[in-house]
Design a protein. Structure first.
Length: 391
């Protein structure tokens, strides 16, 4: 059976939440991130702002020069996570095979669900309409036989898009794209392909694997060989459902701004800890994955003697792993953060004679989670994290 994969991507998520919360911002160029006059980058921007050439990860000073009349807002991560949680809860109702890959993206394996929800396009429309009705947000859905193509399809008709790549028409679809539209092909790769006089997807497909790897390196050569044939490079690996809770983010542009990358790690830690508490699990192992501009990927993990008790502790360990694995100057394409070897709260590895202080932290974190879950709109932030995340 040919798989039916949905890639679901909320449109300009941070900026769209701001426009939903404040209707006066609708139709205006909204830029979320650092404020003009400070160091930092654009975290997200509305489609109105993109008309000025503004993109995520762009230095805020450059964004301000392009659009001095834009509306610049600081990140409200708690609010975005709250909305993301609502959206993801709705999405996962449509398939047991659900993979959230960031605060605003997820994959759904909809293979064999036609009897429940209708044809793939019909099911996608149902999801889009329900999200719009219950959250006020638009999203784009790409449908394809694998994750890589589904991601490309979700970008094809943005914003508020819906596009399906019919099985058997993968190469026809890919040939309609420019090389720069292929996910994973950045500026440096485009420059190298131009040097090699390769200017279209169809031309790139003519090269055998051993030639591509000799010209572009093993990782990038193999990636492109698979990408232009629609045989998924599978850059988002399926995680074991009962063993790992993780989130990752792929940047539109490669990044090497230390402060901004640390804020991304904090965001990912919040998302993963939120899911851990929601699933009533616990873990002692923190993991990190880094993918560089040349697709070289490294990972590391650290296991502590106690259960990871709070987002603050999670972030501290993840940040330490990041600092030990990143050289400080190589551009980064993707960051993933996870909690591994997750077990249910009822599991006891060894009885403790006295209550550990981490147990108290965990109970406090769970109490905060419960309050936020039961009282919609209540915003509670750790004082130690407020400066970084709750602006």
């Amino acid at each position: 059976m040919i798989s039916t994969i949905f890639h679901i991507d909320l449109d300009a998520f941070y900026a769209s939440v701001e426009q939903y919360d404040n209707p006066l911002l609708k139709g205006k160029p909204v830029i979320v991130g650092a404020l003009p006059g400070t160091r930092g980058v654009v975290s997200a921007c509305s489609y109105e702002a993109r008309k000025y050439g503004i993109r995520s990860a762009m230095p805020i000073s450059q964004a301000y020069r392009k659009c001095p009349g834009g509306i610049y807002l600081q990140v409200r991560m708690k609010r975005y996570m709250e909305v993301s949680g609502k959206v993801m809860t709705i999405i996962k109702e449509y398939s047991p095979d659900f993979q959230q890959i960031s605060v605003d993206e997820a994959f759904l394996d909809m293979t064999g669900t036609e009897r429940l929800y209708g044809a793939p396009a019909v099911a996608a429309k149902k999801i889009k309409e329900r999200i719009k009705k219950e959250t006020g947000l638009t999203l784009s859905i790409g449908i394809a036989p694998n994750k890589y193509l589904a991601k490309l399809a979700s970008e094809y008709k943005k914003p508020d898009g819906l596009f399906r790549i019919i099985p058997g028409q993968e190469e026809e679809f890919l040939d309609s794209l420019n090389l720069k539209d292929l996910w994973g092909v950045g500026k440096k790769t485009l420059e190298r392909l131009s040097e090699l006089n390769i200017r279209t997807v169809k031309e790139l497909r003519l090269y055998p694997l051993h030639i591509l790897t000799s010209m572009l390196g093993d990782a990038m050569g193999e990636f492109l060989f698979n990408a232009v044939r629609g045989t998924s490079p599978e850059i988002h690996n399926t995680e074991p459902k009962s063993h790992t809770i993780s989130n990752e983010v792929t940047f539109e542009f490669d990044r090497k701004d230390t402060e901004g990358l640390q804020k991304v790690i904090l965001e990912l830690c919040h998302c993963a800890m939120h899911r851990l508490l929601k699933e009533k699990g616990k873990s002692k192992t923190v993991s990190i994955k880094l993918r560089y501009f040349n697709f070289h990927t490294i990972s590391a993990q650290h296991t502590v003697k106690h259960w990871v008790s709070s987002t603050e502790e999670f972030f501290r360990i993840a940040k330490s792993l990041f600092e030990s694995r990143w050289d400080g100057y190589s551009p980064i394409r993707l960051i993933g953060i996870g909690l591994s070897n997750v077990v249910k709260n009822g599991y006891h590895s060894q009885a403790e004679l006295f209550e550990d202080t981490t147990d108290k932290k965990k109970r406090a974190e769970e109490a905060v989670f419960k309050i936020k879950s039961e009282l919609e709109g209540v915003r509670i932030t750790k004082a130690s994290l407020m400066k970084e995340e709750d602006r």
